[in-house]
Design a protein around this ligand. Sequence first.
Ligand code: NAP
Length: 489
Amino acid sequence: MSIALSPALVSHLPTGLLVGGHWGPATGGRTFEVVDPATEEVLFDVADASPEDARRALAAAHDAAPAWRATAPRERGELLRGVYERIVARADDIAALITAECGKTRAEARAEVLYGADFFRWYAEEAVRFPGLHRRAPAGANRQLVQRRPVGPALLITPWNFPIAMATRKIGPALAAGCTVVVKPAQLAPLTTMLVAEVLRSELEDRGLPAGVVNIVPTSRAGDATSPLLTDPRLRKLSFTGSTGVGRSLLAQAAGQVLNVSMELGGNAPFVVMADADLDAAVEGAMVAKLRNSGQSCVAANRFLVHDSLAREFARRLAERFEALRLGPGADDGVDLGPLIDSAAVDKVDELVGDASGRGAQVLTGGERLGRKGYFYRPTVLAGVDPDARVSREEIFGPVAPVLAFADDDEAIALANDTEHGLAAYAYTTSLDRAMRLGDELEAGMIGINRGMVSDASAPFGGVKQSGLGREGGEAGIEEYLETVYVAL
Ligand code: NAP
């Protein structure tokens, strides 16, 4: 067990299933292991939910739904505010848990805790703000009442790469809207999400609110456990964050009962550096856009498209910055970059680098594993990359920056949009005209102009094309958990 975790945290950390307000074992006492990616050591054994356990969790969410939707919006808001305060008060402890199961550095993990908590603060404020409409029909014969209702019990499936923020971005708006939830956290990093569920459970209990509002079912059998829920009429909403491939398969299953769905899927973000860009600012932005969570972010810059006149110098400076980074366990002092999540992630990154070099790319720095225990890969810069290399076409999910050159603005935009994905895009330019054109023409749901970071609880996060459906965060996020009902009076 990692010595970075405080004894108080370890002794109170839930490792079971939360169903109807009670933590308990999975059917048959089955468990799975959660491993520290920096040491390859087992951290905890976690209850492994069966399909029957998932059904029990849905039943609890369904039973709690009438009482929860009847609570005053202000009460729901105050619950979320209370949870926000508790999480912020425990930020260091929760950050240590993220570092242990996910590998992030302490600083990054703490930033994620505050970002994640912010969804509760934001939706505490939104819970009392969603509008309706009351007006006379144009023909004058009757009145129209348009109201928003909670859609109903929701299944929330989350990935491992931001184990608090990906969960709170769904739970916050769902609860604010009046929906009860079943959360299916990722197998590789379920513990932080489970700790958040415990904070919610205890806040609900302290306020005398229904116990089954939040349920959580970690499992090593994702498809088996969740498939029966997707055909159960008690489920009314599916919100998924993860890869485009799994998203497609869940969409197909959700079609069976025309489930209300939200999909936050994979990305292949272009990072465009125009001929007139401020190169210092672009390199600084590239460090953030590429290396957050060691490149394991859906909005990570995947391809660096740089004007011919700057490409060589940009790649050289980026390689210099990458080389100066200290790679190691996220819990250690002075570490800039942690490990990848597992050995499969390291193998994939290494394969992509191999494919790119085989097609003529130059490895300016990195390009290899770190020779020690843990899933480490050296931060890598590739120059002269072929647009058809796998590293240009697939989501890398690792600390590898491929640099591709372009000749003019039209080519930059064409290359940037030459992907099935459309989550984030970044562009550096000092021209307002160019910035406006990029804002209009880049096919992405989120565009950072002269910024390497777009995430904010108050802004709509989500993708176009095959990067997803719907938005999380901002005013838009709560809409995903509401449906419109019109009454003619
Ligand atoms: P993933 O393999 O698609 O898994 C995501 C979640 O879905 C996990 O909880 C996983 O469970 C579960 N899952 C897998 N197969 C399933 C099935 N057949 N039925 C039901 N659930 C299933 O993705 P990941 O590797 O965890 O996360 C990385 C991906 O997420 C990347 O593509 C990244 O871009 C994307 N992502 C997108 C956003 C966004 O906002 N757009 C944010 C973060 C990440 P197990 O853990 O048990 O496999």
